[in-house]
Design a protein around this ligand. Structure first.
Ligand code: SF4
Ligand code: SF4
Length: 439
């Protein structure tokens, strides 16, 4: 046995007083729980945590769903001590979590659209405008809206970071003239970005990084986010972050090197379906790819940029979530007016991708797996786990997943994912493209 295999934990559980040596069951539970069951229980928890984040943001805007709440109770209860030792049932529950996450993402989309309007394609500047500034990072459109209201007329410019880029496409948010641009890329560039720009910073949700000392005093959190030594603002009152922004030096006018385009909603893409159908039938569009989801700083994640750069010109790339920052500076051009790079929004806008794929399948009169469409996804945390199970629950096969296989997947679970869903792990961009396009 190799050292790496010897050191690998089969499982880890310390949720009850029977736990081995009082520290943790790491091979098999004292209660009899097998490693695969423990991993499936963890998987269920990860997926439900992802759903909880989306539900939180829907509730922020006044949208709730008792059926989803009831499922969460059942799912959490299943992970309780001595309740469910049935691996097959836990796979069924994971699929149900995927279905419920579809419902959750739809709820959040409804909340966003009914509150801020349906997104429209919008160009977003990536440089700085002269004046004081606040960078808002995270996912909460509600927080961004409140911040924009409270900074209106103060002379402070507001910049989005990472997963708040899609906010620029919503009519109810883009109307604010002092929402001036997007700075940085995916969530993990915070330490470099926030050191570079001497502005106030507001973390609105998950994916905040523990700050460097040099900007800790000008960073604030709100909602679920909390950081050590960082002031937390409750109740959507952002006076302290506004006061801090006013006390800091002004940014200089410095246009960015690129202009990003975001805001391709379901209606916008579906309005193009006649043209897309013609182009597919004429052989001008060969294949669609959905490339994106949650990004991570792993070296292997460079795959996604290389993958898109190596795609032939007769392909169209849909993207979403912070994984888009690997590719959204690329100028892919268009195919007879259809952009080759289409940004659908945040990770929860996977629901938009699902609805577009379903509509295209209807238009072409085929099943979703018969469409010339391949999903090439990256995962980082619990939201991506929920989305993965949503896609599997919809019966989508042949997904390429990376940058690594989730660590809760052992050989037994991988077998199920491969046999039932043909799940693949990303390999070499060139070889993967060749394999996909020759299938
Ligand atoms: S629930 Fe089972 S596996 Fe978990 S700590 Fe208790 S005995 Fe160990
Ligand atoms: S897409 Fe995922 S990894 Fe990226 S900021 Fe959002 S939750 Fe975090």
């Amino acid at each position: 046995m190799k050292i790496a295999e010897k050191e690998r934990l089969d499982m880890f559980c310390y949720q009850c007083s029977q736990t081995a040596r009082g520290t943790g069951c790491t091979v098999k539970g004292v209660c009899g729980k097998e490693a695969t069951v423990a991993r499936l229980l963890d998987n269920l928890l990860l997926a439900t945590k992802g759903m909880a984040a989306y539900l939180y943001h829907a509730r922020e805007l006044g949208y709730t769903d008792t059926e989803i709440d009831a499922f969460l109770e059942r799912a959490f209860y299943a992970t309780f001590t001595n309740v469910n030792f049935d691996a097959e049932d836990l796979v069924r529950l994971a699929i149900e979590a995927g279905e419920m996450n579809v419902r959750t993402m739809r709820l959040l989309k409804k909340a966003h659209i009914e509150t801020y309007g349906e997104p429209e394609p919008t160009e977003v500047q990536t440089g700085t405008v002269k004046g004081s500034g606040i960078i808002a990072t995270g996912h909460s459109l509600k927080v961004l809206d409140e911040l924009l209201k409270q900074t209106e007329g103060t002379g402070i410019n507001v910049y989005t970071h990472s997963e708040l880029l899609p906010a620029h496409g919503y009519p109810g948010l883009k109307k604010y003239e002092h929402l001036v641009g997007n700075l940085g890329k995916a969530w993990f560039d915070q330490k470099i970005l926030f050191s570079k720009y001497p502005v106030a910073i507001l973390g609105t949700s998950n994916c905040v990084s523990i700050p460097k000392e040099e900007y800790r005093d000008r960073m604030f959190t709100t909602g679920p986010a909390r950081l050590p030594g960082v002031q937390h603002l409750a109740g959507y009152d952002y006076t302290p972050v506004i006061e801090k922004a006013k006390s800091l030096p002004e940014l200089e006018e410095k246009p960015g090197d690129i202009i990003l385009t975001t805001g391709f909603s379901k209606s916008v893409v579906l309005s193009l379906t006649d043209k897309i159908k013609q182009l597919v039938e004429a052989g001008k569009i060969r294949h669609f790819f959905l490339v994106g989801s949650c990004d991570s700083p792993l070296k292997k994640a460079e795959y996604y940029r290389e993958f898109v750069q190596k795609l032939p010109q007769d392909t169209v790339v849909l993207t979403l979530a912070c994984g888009k920052f690997r590719i959204n500076d690329l100028n892919l051009g268009d195919i007879d007016g259809i952009p080759r790079l289409i940004d659908l929004g945040q990770c929860n806008d996977s629901i938009v991708a699902i609805d577009i794929a379903t509509a295209l399948a209807e238009i072409f009169g085929v099943g979703i797996n018969e469409l010339p469409l391949t999903l090439v996804l990256s995962w980082m945390e619990q939201k991506a786990v929920a989305i993965l199970w949503s896609l599997l629950a919809l019966g989508i096969k042949g997904i390429y997943l990376g940058p690594i296989l989730p660590a809760w997947v052992n050989d037994d679970i991988l077998k199920v994912l491969r046999e039932n869903y043909d799940l693949r792990v990303i390999g070499n961009p060139e070889e993967d493209i060749k394999q996909i396009l020759s299938a």
